[in-house]
Design a protein around this ligand. Structure first.
Ligand SMILES: [Zn+2]
Length: 473
């Protein structure tokens, strides 16, 4: 039975979508004003893994994730780069697709941009005003939080504390305009020259960020969706405000399950502008990193737990993935010299156990940590079979399982031909050193070791060279 942790109830709940077999899922996407950092990537990867698992379990997932392509960050970046807001959004939306593609994040079913829904947003705000839930002051429109029952039901804050904190942050303009310090903007007046503004009954302006997601949900998925996902930092105010708007508008439940992913820390510190420790995926992918290794690193921690990123931890994680690559490759090589179409009783029963354990792990709120243990158990079992006289059918069965499970993790290329693993490089370096020291016994032993990992090493007066063992051999 699939259970998911719902931030709204603070509990794991049995998962049942509104319509059997179909899931409406929305993930808050990035503001496209810069390259995505590792925190953005974590969110994209975590919910891509969840989507892949749900699809593998037989659900049809309608997956909508937006781009916020307007607002102060986009304007400021445009000024910095000498680009229009639209050009900034286009540039970084394209960069997102490239980075997410390298991380093997599946394209969303629909990827709306906020600026495509301006008329719908204006209509949404008009109706909230008509219903007495929102009010206009001097070209701005605010949502009246105190008129919405249970405003803090998702964030689990005390309304009184919220009011105190909000009052402390009010600027002069807000002081004058807001009826209550916790009210938030649905529409902001925009009068600056050279800044895009959209027409509205309250004069030129632009929508508040929270409004965008409510309206795009409404237009593309409907009044009630199954899963609303995002980073844990979006719980308040973003998702709290989305919920208040949407439920005021429709008078019915907006989201059945709220799923939030944990933070990414860098070198055990919070990523922040002031610390200057933003790690962008664009920069990381410029290095000789294995993009699947990065994906693996981001996926193997349970999505709700924080991830601590550091180069050391990434390298360590790559070694784990390299072990899985090697097992898969060894199975591939062994298949060439094996036959037999009958799966042994031992493999049948062991694989049935592993199948059940994998599903149990992932059904428990998508516990990739426990699922990975199952994958390593399968790899260890495969390595044992490789020492024995396993049939072709046995080898294929194990290989298929590794492929399926790692595929859900978003690791689909298990015979990477682009490069060699860190461990192979290490062995090659050791061998080079041994040859330079004229220690030919060690050098020969390392050559044999490298062959086991799938590399044929040859020597010439220019030094050592290598090639992959031909898979068909
Ligand atoms: Zn959102």
């Amino acid at each position: 039975m699939l259970q998911v942790y719902n931030t709204y109830s603070l509990q794991k709940e049995k998962f049942t979508p509104q319509v059997s077999g179909k899931i409406l899922m929305y993930l808050c996407g990035p503001t496209v004003y810069n390259y995505i950092h590792i925190g953005n990537a974590r969110s994209a990867v975590a919910f891509d893994t969840i989507r892949r698992y749900l699809e593998w379990r037989g659900y049809e997932v309608n997956f909508v994730s937006n781009f916020t392509d307007l607002g102060d960050k986009v304007i400021a970046q445009g000024e910095k780069e000498g680009l229009t807001e639209q050009e900034v959004a286009d540039k970084y939306a394209e960069a997102f697709h490239q980075d997410a593609g390298q991380l093997n994040v599946k394209p969303a079913t629909t990827r709306p941009r906020a600026t495509e829904y301006m008329a719908e947003m204006v209509r949404f705000v008009e109706r909230l005003i008509e219903q007495g839930q929102a009010y206009e002051v001097d070209g701005d429109v605010y949502f009246s939080t105190t008129k919405f029952e249970n405003y803090t039901a998702l964030s689990h804050q005390k309304m009184s504390e919220l009011e105190e904190n909000a009052a402390g942050r009010l600027g002069d303009d807000d002081q004058e305009h807001k009826q209550d310090p916790t009210d938030f903007a649905l529409w902001k007046k925009e009068t600056r020259p050279n800044v895009t503004a959209w027409p509205s009954p309250w004069g030129p302006g632009r929508p508040g960020w929270h409004l965008e997601c409510s309206v795009m949900n409404d237009e593309l998925l409907g009044e009630t969706i199954d899963i609303h996902a995002g980073g844990v930092d979006l719980t308040f105010p973003h998702h709290t405000n989305e919920l208040a708007q949407s439920e005021s508008y429709h008078h019915r439940q907006f989201v059945r399950y709220w799923l939030h992913n944990g933070f990414v820390n860098v070198n055990d510190e919070k990523m922040s502008k002031s610390l200057g420790n933003f790690v962008t995926i664009h920069d990381l992918l410029q290095t000789d990193i294995d993009p699947q290794g990065l994906r693996f690193f981001l996926t193997k921690t349970h999505y709700r737990r924080p991830i601590s990123y550091s180069q050391d931890r990434l390298d360590q994680s790559q070694k784990e993935l390299d072990r899985l690559y090697r097992t898969y490759q060894a199975l591939e090589r062994a298949k060439a010299s094996s036959d037999g179409e009958i799966i042994s009783q031992e493999v049948l029963s062991r694989v049935a156990e592993l199948d059940a354990a994998f599903i149990q792990a992932m059904d428990d709120d998508f516990n990739t940590e426990n699922a990975l243990t199952v994958i390593f158990d399968a790899a260890n079992f495969a390595n044992r079979l490789l020492q024995e006289d396993a049939s072709l059918a046995d080898l294929k069965t194990l290989q298929e399982r590794l492929q399926t499970w790692l595929g859900i993790f978003g690791i689909e290329n298990l015979l990477p031909v682009k490069g060699i693993t860190a461990e192979q490089q290490d062995l090659l370096d050791q061998r080079q050193a041994a040859r330079e020291a004229k220690d030919f016994a060690t050098s020969d032993a390392l050559r044999d070791k490298l062959l086991i990992t799938g590399l044929i090493v040859r020597d010439s007066p220019q030094g050592q060279s290598w090639e992959f063992v031909d898979k068909s051999e």
